[in-house]
Ligand binder design. Structure first.
Ligand code: GLC
Ligand code: GLC
Length: 822
């Protein structure tokens, strides 16, 4: 069952009914100011940091899920419904009165909700103009009646008192600190501005505001919710202003519309920073300096600017997406690669795992491992931002190579509450830097001086940080020569040193025991992968000694994996604190894990001795389901003190045997490395959200973006997705499908074109801009088999690497013939 459809032409997903299984959301914003919006206008906004600079309030895990938003009420001042006054929300929520028409178009950076009720049509567009710290809500209201309509509009947001964590917890303080000012219909939210803040929020309207409320209770009335505000009932505002309680922004606008007439009403919600020495126009009266906002209102709060800026936004997305466009025989591949996957990658790049509907933005900042992986799918879009991110991440590394697990985007400082000691973390930095170098050939980044732990005076070239990352693994080997796992590796929930028996203790942060025994085969595989990425970097960077060292160390680690980490048919996952294997046939539960099968094969293990094939066959036989590849089998049926959080989840959920989508592309890449395009594409399509659109009632999350997990076969809700949007799945799937199945792969010296063409495909076309040159690539099957013949501008080249052309070459025509003719 579907709840909407893809409009590929306009790059939108169109939702046709408001009651989707979960809020289906979209992201607004670009670099500093962001928002999340659901298909019924629920959501919130923040400046840079979802925890520390939250503009509007949102209560997580509420009923319904997306309460709190950018609300508009339309009140029909003449009509009544069953004796009551008649009002509704054109976005359906929060009033939830049935609409005669409804469609929500989630586009790239904007959301449009069109509705009609009682012959009053409302077209609403929400977006954040490029480079601005404010958002627009643009409403076009049309009277389709034969008689005039006497309407009032009410905007409504609830302000967050900035630190979203404090806002949701510290009520003994919070109930007294809220402050606003209202001037010329503009509502200014200035909580804590009297003391140390130099920023406030504002809500402005293009129309004359005839009444307002800034106190939630004055608007809603006691014991009422957002669905039935007292002010909507009476039509009268009280101009509430007292400090404290829950500050809101509610503005009333009157509209008298003739038959057929359309009015356009624009709201502007924004964040304003003010120079510290100019905070007040009247310090004695504590009147805030509104000049910068007044200027913004004058310059920008008009239809002309709004129309231009939404065009700019669209153009900007078009040119970003234009960097990589494909035309394959599969609509789901095209749709995801051309539109939605890079779009999701942008969200994961921007927020890591901090801000969505399910990630509250108050617990997590930018994850070290997460952000490095997100970058793999992002770097071709805006390499300059990737560069900055790499340097920010590296600056949270500690001198011995360890890394803070997360940092706060506002301060860019390592998050002490979460700390360090996730032993895989540093290695991901090598992969992201390698991806950056391959995309850009900007070798200067390696010379950038980057501090450790943000401490001035500790700066070393980024190159040294990379060496430190690898050395960290080598400095932390366990009894069998495999890397020690620390708190956890990629699988945050495999906590082999935790032994937590106290309810409520955090598996992620609670003090671990020393941990000199538990080892990770996954980190071993990741080390080999990263070390082998590092070798050419060392060579090109004229450091042959290090190159040699990592050749040797990678080979040595590979030997150790074969000696200790191979179970006969697949790779073992880890060794616990007693030295017993995890993810081995000798285990009762959790006999096979997906992660080492993926990462070890990606690192090149077993490609020639048949063992990679064996491991991947084990994946097919034991982990594959119609809904994707589960993380492990059999799922843990009980809690194991020596395994930790993984066994805290009911079977089939999260790390305990769900289809943890992040890991699936690793297997796709592994299959592609073995030349098996069919299996790779098959796995790809099992979790591709567009390919799952038809089963939206089972999948339940948005059909246009990946979710972190899909319930596994041990779960009663097998096939149900959760935690959409912010997941490493986005970047990895983009890499798997574009670089390994389609085979368009940046490398240090040029662009590799080495598709593993699925047998059902005759070929496909790609347009890829790479280091300033446009590659127009046609892949065509000329016969059976997988031999590749690469022809550039009419001449065949040896191999599959197209060397970087001379500067100034604008475009290249590339023809790749697959198979042997005749
Ligand atoms: C979450 C975390 C990520 C981790 C994964 C597996 O997605 O953000 O860091 O690797 O779970 O536990
Ligand atoms: C939980 C989740 C895991 C996530 C971690 C982050 O353990 O299961 O996916 O990585 O929280 O804190």
């Amino acid at each position: 069952m579907k709840f909407g459809y893809f409009d590929d032409q306009n790059r939108e997903y169109v939702i046709q009914r408001p009651d989707t299984p979960l809020p289906w959301i979209n992201y607004l914003g670009n670099e500093n100011y962001f928002g999340i919006i659901s298909n019924t206008a629920g959501g919130y906004s923040f400046y840079q940091d979802a925890r520390l600079r939250r503009l509007t309030r949102f209560r997580y895990n509420n009923a319904p899920l997306d309460v709190g938003g950018r609300y508009l009420y339309i009140r029909d001042n003449q009509a009544q419904m069953n004796g009551d006054s008649l009002y509704w929300s054109p976005s359906w929520q929060p009033v939830c009165r049935t609409l005669d028409q409804y469609a929500c178009h989630h586009g790239l950076g904007y959301t449009r909700i069109n509705s009609q009720k009682c012959q009053i049509e409302c077209q609403a567009v929400y977006f954040i103009p490029l480079g601005q710290d404010f958002e627009f809500w643009n409403f076009q209201i049309t009277n389709h009646r034969k008689e005039p309509a006497d309407l009032s509009l009410f905007s409504a947001v609830e302000f967050c008192l900035w630190d979203a964590w404090d806002d949701q917890t510290n009520f003994q303080r919070n109930l007294s600190i809220g402050e606003v000012e209202v001037e010329k219909g503009v509502i200014y939210h200035k909580t804590e501005y009297r003391e140390r803040r130099d920023h406030y929020a504002f809500l402005a309207c293009s129309h004359s505001v005839v009444g307002y409320e800034t106190q939630r209770e004055a608007f809603l009335g006691p014991y009422r919710g957002w669905d039935s505000p007292q002010v909507l009932e009476s039509g009268q505002t009280s101009q509430s202003l007292s400090p404290g309680w829950q500050p809101v922004g509610v503005q009333k606008v009157n509209l008298a519309l003739k038959p057929g007439e359309t009015a356009r009403v624009i709201f502007m919600l924004g964040y304003q920073k003010v120079d510290r020495d100019q905070k007040f126009t009247d310090p004695d009266l504590q009147v805030i300096n509104k000049k910068p906002v007044q200027k913004k209102i004058k310059d920008y709060l008009n239809g002309e600017f709004l129309d231009e800026s939404i065009q700019d936004l669209k153009r900007s997305w078009d040119s970003l997406l234009d960097i990589f466009q494909v035309n394959t025989p599969d609509v789901h591949v095209n749709r995801l690669v051309n539109i939605w996957n890079p779009y999701q990658v942008m969200a994961t790049f921007n927020f890591s795992r901090s801000a969505s509907y399910f990630e509250s933005g108050i617990g997590r900042g930018m994850g070290f491992r997460d952000s490095n992986q997100d970058l793999l799918g992002f770097v071709h879009l805006i390499p300059e931002r990737a560069r900055e991110r790499i340097l920010d991440l590296a600056a949270t590394q500690l001198e011995d190579g360890r890394a803070y697990h997360q940092y706060q985007p506002l301060t860019k400082r390592g998050n002490d509450a979460v700390g360090s000691d996730f032993n895989d973390d540093p290695l991901w930095l090598v992969l992201s830097v390698a991806a950056y170098l391959k995309e850009t050939a900007d070798w200067t980044i390696l010379e950038e001086l980057v501090p450790y732990d943000n401490q001035p005076g500790t700066e070393e070239p980024l190159y040294s940080h990379l060496l430190q990352s690898l050395e960290f693994t080598l400095d932390h080997l366990g009894p069998q020569g495999l890397p020690l796992i620390g708190r956890a590796d990629w699988n945050d929930c495999l906590n082999l040193n935790c032994f937590s028996s106290d309810p409520g203790q955090s598996f992620q942060t609670t003090t671990n025991q020393g941990g000199r025994t538990a080892e990770s085969v996954f980190i071993a595989g990741l080390f080999i992968l990263a070390a082998r990425e590092m070798i050419p970097i060392c060579e090109i960077f004229a450091d042959p000694d290090s190159a040699l060292r990592y050749i040797k160390q990678a080979d040595k680690m590979e030997e150790t994996v074969w000696d200790q980490g191979w179970d006969g048919n697949w790779f073992i996952r880890a060794f616990d604190d007693f030295g017993a294997p995890v993810g081995s046939k000798v285990c009762q539960e959790g006999q096979i894990f997906i992660e080492p099968q993926g990462i070890c094969v990606m690192a090149g293990l077993g490609l020639r001795n048949g063992k990679a094939r064996k491991a991947l066959d084990a994946v097919t036989n034991r982990l594959a389901t119609d809904h994707g590849l589960v993380l492990l089998q059999p799922a843990y049926s009980r809690y194991y003190l020596n395994l930790g959080e993984i066994s805290s989840y009911p079977p089939g959920y999260k790390e305990n045997g769900s289809i943890f989508c992040h890991t699936n592309p690793w297997i796709m890449i592994a299959e592609a490395l073995l030349g098996n395009g069919d299996a790779a594409l098959d796995y790809y399509l099992r979790i591709n959200p567009s390919a799952r659109e038809e089963i939206s009632e089972i999948h339940r999350c948005e059909p246009y973006v990946y979710a972190q997990m899909i319930a596994g076969r041990d779960a009663p809700t097998h096939g149900e997705a959760k935690n959409s949007w912010l997941t490493g799945t986005a970047a990895w799937n983009f890499v798997a499908v574009t670089q390994w199945i389609l085979g368009i792969r940046p490398d240090y010296q040029g662009l590799i074109i080495a598709p593993v063409l699925p047998s059902g495909w005759d070929g496909f076309q790609v347009k890829r801009t790479f280091r300033g040159t446009i590659y127009n690539i046609t892949i065509t099957r000329v016969g059976p088999g997988s031999d590749l013949q690469v022809i550039v501008n009419g001449s065949e080249i040896p191999g599959t690497l197209i060397p970087q052309p001379d500067p100034g070459v604008k475009d290249l025509e590339v023809l790749v013939k697959v198979g042997s003719p005749g």
